[in-house]
Design a protein around this ligand. Structure first.
Ligand code: FAD
Length: 385
């Protein structure tokens, strides 16, 4: 079946991207293709994070791709970063989610950090010497971040943090954390180093999907954070969180596009391996999926272009995240339905994508919450999120 060959409609539309953007796409594809397929399976099966691979990705320039050169950034645009994430998602590159969060954290420092904070952390982040994690979610505060209980109190020249954060991507392996707390008059964000007194790594989560990212709980017991590590304005931590998450959602949209395409790659491989002829009913299903993937792709890259234009289009970001993760979930589901149990062999990556896409619908704001954010765009504050 021609439509299931490589480099067909089940791929990015090359005419929509600049030569520089396509260079990043090719680099990402080559990087992903060089990873041992067994390692990809092991990272998921054993829930194992590979720091060497993360560092290798940073050495290729992926770790700080959408940032200026001043602090070691690679100077690419957000569209290029999305192309990389799409390729990584398509091939289930094990460090993909950690890399996405790492960039999200740097984004917070670029936007809200002091000159000293930028000088201290960003170059090492770009090189991969420092791996960053984003610590917002708590046992009683997922979608409703206002319910956050982790606290920060000023004591002399330090803030003292108490509480815990859960489901933190890279939590057990990160070197710094962007941590959000409640304070007397609002919220605050801090850059917390792993070695700061009072920080410990709690339980490691054996996730359904998005495994292999060192996802864990982080506990703060009278954790001492120097005043100089306050990120952004005291009392306005929510601003830091929301601003970074809007970009993060576009990254996830790109990853999810990759999952959708990766599930179709898996389908093609099963059909080839088993020498199965496709049926007409299969082509209808695949045709419909391709239309939806293309629609999600348009939204995702429009959202990325809007970031590159310096706009803050949170609604577009929410739409892209929602549409791409939903179509990734649907594609993996349909493909498993089309090929049956054969498709659940780990080597085809389809069942992994099925689990990863489910996680994608939940994290950085569930898709239900995205719908509410989108509706709020026209209904205003009558929609409570
Ligand atoms: C793989 C993975 C990685 C993650 N990584 C990180 C990370 O690095 N850092 C971090 O801080 N967090 C992380 N998280 C946590 C993630 O952001 C939360 O899971 C997410 O915000 C949802 O919170 P919750 O799971 O507590 O669900 P809840 O908020 O308890 O929601 C449960 C259900 O209720 C619905 N719901 C909630 N509120 C409303 C409402 N007002 N109206 C209608 N429906 C509602 C939700 O849509 C959902 O269906 C990660 C999660 C996953 C799965």
């Amino acid at each position: 079946m021609d439509s299931l060959k490589e480099q067909t409609i089940n791929d990015i539309n090359y005419e929509l991207f600049s030569a520089q953007q396509l260079k990043w796409h090719t680099l990402a594809k080559n990087f992903a293709n060089q990873i041992d397929p067994d390692l990809i399976i092991r990272s998921d099966r054993d829930n194992q994070f590979y720091r060497d691979l993360f560092n290798a990705a940073c050495h290729k320039g992926f770790g700080a791709l959408p940032f200026e050169n001043t602090y070691g950034g690679t100077g690419g645009d957000y569209v290029s970063f999305c192309l990389v994430n799409e390729e990584f998602g398509r091939r289930c590159v094990p460090i993909m989610s950690s890399l996405g969060v790492h960039v999200l954290c740097q984004e917070s420092i670029y936007k809200f950090g002091t000159a000293d904070q930028k000088a201290k952390y960003l170059s090492d982040c770009a090189k991969g010497n420092i791996l960053a994690a984003f610590a917002l979610t708590e046992p009683g505060a997922g979608s409703d971040t206002a319910a956050m209980e982790t606290s920060a109190k000023l004591a002399g020249n330090n803030y003292v943090l108490n509480g815990s954060k859960i489901f933190i991507t890279s939590g057990s392996v990160a070197d710094i954390f962007i941590v959000f707390t409640r304070v007397e008059d609002g919220t605050a964000a801090f850059i917390v180093e792993r070695d700061f007194k009072g920080l410990s790594i709690g339980q490691k989560f054996d996730m359904l999907g998005m495994r292999g990212y060192g996802t864990s709980e982080i506990v703060f017991s009278d954790c001492v954070v120097p005043k100089a590590n306050l990120l952004g304005e005291f009392g306005k931590g929510r601003k830091v969180a929301l601003s970074s998450l809007a970009k993060g959602r576009v990254t996830i949209a790109a990853q999810a596009l990759g999952w959708a395409r990766g599930a179709l790659d898996g389908l093609r491989k099963v059909l080839q391996d088993d020498k199965i002829e496709h049926s007409d009913s299969q082509t209808y299903i695949i045709g419909n999926l391709l239309i939806d993937i293309e629609a999600a792709s348009s939204l995702t890259y429009e959202a990325a272009r809007s970031i590159d234009r310096g706009e803050n289009n949170t609604t577009l970001a929410a739409m892209a995240k929602l549409k791409s993760t939903d179509i990734a979930m649907k594609t993996a589901d349909c493909v498993l339905g089309l090929v049956g149990i054969e498709g659940s062999k780990p080597k085809y990556l389809i069942e992994r994508i099925f689990r990863d896409a489910k996680a994608g619908q939940i994290y950085e704001g569930t898709n239900q919450i995205q719908r509410m954010l989108i509706a709020r765009d026209i209904l205003g504050d009558t929609v409570k999120v």
